[in-house]
Design a protein around this ligand. Structure first.
Ligand code: ATP
Ligand code: MG
Length: 392
């Protein structure tokens, strides 16, 4: 069994192309590591996956769905490359499909220019051949059944029904980012969107254990396990936040608590990002979604950060975000109950129009450096299988 895999954007990157293709090949191999005997090779603008015939299609689909950079793919059959052999192959293919159709078309692609017939000639030849044993009519525009023929230098393939891949760029082809991962719906989607643009992601979760139970920590670990399918060797930084919160509560006006929590989160996360070689932070905020996410509050949070903060969901509606959470597979874990650090001591009326200047003044009595370093000293780093993967 062969699977033909196409990429789009990757192909457009000019002289970076070989590196992109290598990255995609490597990522797809890793995703297919659960399919014994599978192989991946690059073949003139596409990838060809070979898997033993008894391999599970579902497992292969799953591997492809978690490999960003794949635009579309199809399960294909290799056939003999001369015209007579091709006819036999096309007939076999149609017999195997066991599908009734009254109109069809042949869509040939001749990547091997040395092949004797041009694509239109091959379409005509195979089209009349199919009509000779099957009563169906050729319909170029609205065919019930499209049979694709791909004549490549090393092999010739027949397939139908190409399926969409997850799109984007292969993880590893862009710079690393550090994602602020709560236990909620949004931040896992934000992280996945950056992976889809090729960025490997380091995860950072703030928890108030033991002020609250360990549920948000547990959720963060499980979310990282799910997101690890899209990259490998994920690292999750678990940052104890209770001490910082206690000091903020004592020093800052109640309305400014949540914004100040966030300002400390991005300060601490920024230090982690620098040490991890991450270029930016990523958060799951979108404008106006909750009180802490007004444009003013977002600006007040930004003002405390020394690294850029990317917000890939900034212009999305909640329904769109939920839809994506379902697609990437994190929704069910995200909606489980948890005790998040930011729900702790949150005022009924948080500030909507904060200013960086007021936030700074409110932090005057706090030893920011010391608080940041205290939190960093107690960070735990775990991998996707919960093992400790380093000390900070
Ligand atoms: P989410 O669904 O991602 O929790 P939200 O709509 O609940 O987002 P907030 O709780 O205001 O929004 O959080 C905004 C963003 O701040 C989150 O998307 C996340 O990136 C970051 N964040 C919030 N809480 C935490 C936390 N405990 N640890 C790490 N990052 C957090
Ligand atoms: Mg949240």
């Amino acid at each position: 069994m062969q699977i033909l895999v196409r990429y789009h954007e990757v192909g457009l990157k000019g002289k970076n192309r070989p590196a992109f293709v290598n990255q995609l090949v490597g990522n797809l191999k890793r995703a297919l590591s659960g399919v014994p005997g599978s192989r991946v090779r690059a073949d003139q603008g596409q990838l060809v996956v070979t898997a033993p015939d008894d391999s599970s299609h579902d497992q292969i689909r799953m591997a492809i769905a978690t490999t960003y950079g794949i635009a579309r793919y199809a399960f294909a059959y290799e056939v003999d490359r001369d015209v007579e052999g091709l006819k036999v192959g096309v007939k076999d293919f149609i017999d195997r499909q066991q599908r009734s159709f009254s109109t069809f078309r042949i869509a040939s692609n001749r990547a091997d220019k040395a092949f004797r017939l041009t694509s239109p000639e091959l379409n005509a030849e195979l089209g009349s051949f199919v009509q000779s044993f099957n009563g169906a009519r050729v319909d170029i525009k609205n065919a019930d059944f499209t049979i694709y023929v791909d004549v490549r230098p090393r092999a010739t393939y027949v397939y139908s029904d190409p399926e969409p891949g997850p799109g984007g760029l292969p993880v590893g082809s862009s710079g690393r980012v550090a994602a602020l991962l709560s236990g909620g719906i949004d931040s896992p989607v934000a992280a996945a969107r950056m992976m889809r643009r090729g960025c490997p992601v380091t995860f950072i979760h703030f928890h108030s254990f033991p002020l609250v139970d360990a549920s948000s920590r547990e959720k963060a670990i499980r979310l990282v396990q799910l997101l690890d399918q899209y990259q490998s060797k994920s690292r999750l930084f678990l940052v104890p936040f209770a001490d910082v919160q206690r000091e903020i509560i004592a020093a800052v006006p109640t309305a400014y608590r949540v914004v100040t929590y966030r300002r400390f989160m991005v300060r601490i996360a920024g230090e982690i990002a620098k040490r991890e070689g991450a270029i930016s932070l990523v958060s799951g905020e979108s404008v106006g979604q909750v009180a802490s996410q007004t444009m003013e509050n977002i600006a007040t949070i930004d003002a405390s950060s020394t690294v850029p903060i990317l917000r890939p969901l900034i212009g999305m509606d909640k329904v769109e975000i939920i839809d994506q959470a379902r697609t990437i597979g994190t929704y069910d874990v995200s909606i489980e109950r948890d005790e998040d650090c930011c729900s702790l001591f949150v005022p009924a009326h948080p500030v909507l129009r904060s200013t960086p200047a007021f936030a700074e003044r409110a932090e005057d009595s706090l030893d920011i450096e010391a608080l940041v370093h205290k939190a960093l000293d107690d960070v735990e780093i775990v991998g996707a299988t919960r093992e400790a993967v380093g000390v900070f």
